[in-house]
Design a protein. Structure first.
Ligand code: GLC
Ligand code: CA
Length: 560
């Protein structure tokens, strides 16, 4: 095992698995642990060395496993604890470490803790969750849940309301209670003892609530106001997180990546500074949320390339000397990146590779979401019947009630729904994309006949091969891991890129984000090591072309 300051998590490439949609092994239409075990060879060949496994704990699946009923049990649909332990051991044999999702902001309402808590006001676990009496026959506050509607649910049994930042089947734990914190910490220890290498920490910036429980001011006449102002990254949260660090993270020396929306850039060091921070790295969402106006769900917000680049670059700059970022373009809560930031039509291949080159070699640990490596795309679901995601379904219901036309709602879901990232992994051109022999739990994207792993394994020019090359390039060149980052083409709405310098080495990544050919005014620094097209012409960039060049640092390298 590594020493405490070992950097293995910086040198790793992480692959995110959303188990429901990855690989079904028994024909019930739901991906499972056995399916993942069967695909470890594929992941090893891809070159990744860490898997982030989304929740596989026992759950009634209101939010696909993010509503945990029992932290110490595997959900039947996914397999058994033996399967889980086998997955950890087998992955290790392939040189792959496992990190699990840690969902600690809330549990399922079917969790034994909550059942006890709701049983009566006198229950010893009453204070494990957040209970309040009504306010003149109304909810205690006007807070809106992240999944729409009131964040409070009235409970007939004990005649009070409980708080849920997400669905009403995800009651929030009361982190003010030290017993709650200890129970979470010992659960973390239990899983580390089972051989996992760390955690992706879910929704962690929600654990602290403003204890005044204020009424929030509304900008419009909607009844509920997004609860972020009272529940997201509230002052005092770092005390809880430092306790977690002291009790578990530091002594057990595990890898951590926290889902941390709401952390302002000025505060990043408090979260990820290597000495004084709490986590190894965080996910920030500025780039993937560019098209949604903050705090106003359902309103499309047009964006420019300069904004997209800045949304990534500013974190690079802020963490240049201290701290580290998690680099990603997609996950199970977001749409497919080639559809959103690239061109999923005629330049599908080029633009998927270009996006890969652009984010992958920044300073941080790259994450690949299942299917991203073959360029999986969004697809238009023509009816709400095709959707499964609770957030999307709630959204549809609430907007319909507000009188919004069906077509508008479906158009919005097509570009924002979490289900866009949850269609089954496309393994082959066989029926159901080789994902299942049965009826999949959610529609397979019909383009699986041309976009699939089998096809891309055979095509040396595929997106999949390009990812393999990028992974190898990063692994073999410390400059691409540790080098300084310097952005180029900052003001361009067509080109993006950066220089990584390390000792004498100087690497340049240049990307064309448009479907036009663009002349390059400056000569390239050094020679082209990797490109996403076969016929690079000097002096110009073809549509969606990306170039990775290696050169030697010289006096004017920084002046490109
Ligand atoms: C995180 C997860 C998301 C889930 C939510 C509530 O944002 O990524 O999928 O719905 O937390 O647990
Ligand atoms: Ca199955």
């Amino acid at each position: 095992m590594e020493t405490r300051d070992s950097n293995w998590w910086k040198e790793s490439v992480v692959y995110q698995i959303y188990p429901r949609s990855f690989q079904d092994s028994n024909g019930d239409g739901v991906g499972d642990l056995r399916g993942i075990i069967n695909r470890l060879g594929y992941l090893k060949d891809l070159g990744i060395n860490v898997i982030w496994l989304c929740p596989v704990y026992d759950s009634p699946n209101d939010d696909n496993g993010y509503d945990i009923r029992d932290f110490y049990k595997i959900q039947d649909e996914f397999g058994s604890m033996e399967d889980m332990l086998e997955l950890i051991t087998q992955a290790e044999a392939y040189g792959i470490r496992m990190i699990m999702d840690l969902v600690a902001n809330h549990t399922s309402d079917e969790h034994a803790w909550f059942m006890e808590s709701r049983s009566s006001k006198e229950s010893p676990k009453r204070d494990w969750y957040i209970w309040k009496p009504g306010n003149e026959g109304q909810e205690p506050t006007n807070w809106e849940s992240n999944f729409g509607g009131s964040a409070w649910e009235y409970d007939e049994i004990s005649q009070e309301y409980y708080l849920h930042c997400f669905s009403k089947k995800q009651p929030d734990l009361n982190w003010e209670n030290p017993e709650v914190r200890q129970s979470i910490f010992s659960m973390m220890d239990w899983w580390i003892d089972r051989g996992i290498a760390g955690f992706r920490i879910d929704a962690i910036t929600f654990i602290k609530k403003n204890q005044q429980f204020p009424h929030l001011k509304s900008e419009d006449d909607r009844r509920y106001v997004p609860l972020a102002e009272a529940c997201l990254n509230q002052s005092g949260i770092l005390d809880f997180l430092h306790e977690m660090k002291q009790e578990v993270l530091e002594p057990r020396n595990v890898m951590t990546v926290a889902e941390a929306p709401g952390v302002p850039i000025e505060q990043i060091h408090e979260y990820v500074d290597e000495q004084n921070g709490v986590f190894n790295m965080i996910f920030q969402f500025d780039h993937v949320d560019l098209d949604a106006k903050p705090m106003a769900k359902g309103i499309y917000h047009p964006w420019k390339l300069t904004e997209f680049k800045h949304a990534l670059s500013k974190w690079q700059i802020e963490t240049a000397n201290k701290g580290w970022m998690a680099l990603f373009m997609e996950n199970h809560d977001h749409v497919r990146s080639v559809s959103k930031f690239g061109n999923d039509g005629i330049y599908h291949k080029e633009s998927a590779k270009m996006l890969a080159a652009y984010y992958f070699l920044m300073r941080g640990t790259p994450f690949i979401y299942q299917g991203q490596e073959i360029g999986m795309t969004n697809y238009f679901m023509a009816s709400i019947e095709e959707y499964r995601d609770i957030e999307s379904l709630n959204y549809h219901r609430n907007e319909t009630a507000l009188g919004r036309p069906e077509a508008d709602i479906l158009n919005y879901l097509a570009i924002r729904s979490r289900d866009q990232g949850r269609t089954p992994m496309q393994w082959s051109s066989e029926p159901m994309a080789g994902f299942t022999d049965g009826e999949p739990w959610i529609h397979v994207n019909p383009n699986y006949s041309s976009i699939n792993v089998e096809e891309e394994l055979q095509d040396g020019n595929s997106i999949l091969h390009f990812y393999r090359e990028l992974i190898k390039l990063r692994r073999d060149n410390k400059a691409l891991i540790y080098g300084d980052y310097h952005e180029i083409y900052v003001d361009s709405n067509e080109l993006g890129g950066y220089v990584r310098t390390y000792g004498k080495e100087c690497w340049t990544v240049i990307c064309n984000f448009t479907d036009q050919t663009i002349p390059l005014t400056d000569p390239l620094e050094g020679y082209v090591v990797l490109s996403n097209i076969n016929n690079h012409d000097d002096g110009l960039l073809k549509p969606y072309e990306a170039l990775i060049c290696k050169g030697e640092k010289n006096a004017d390298a920084a002046a490109i």
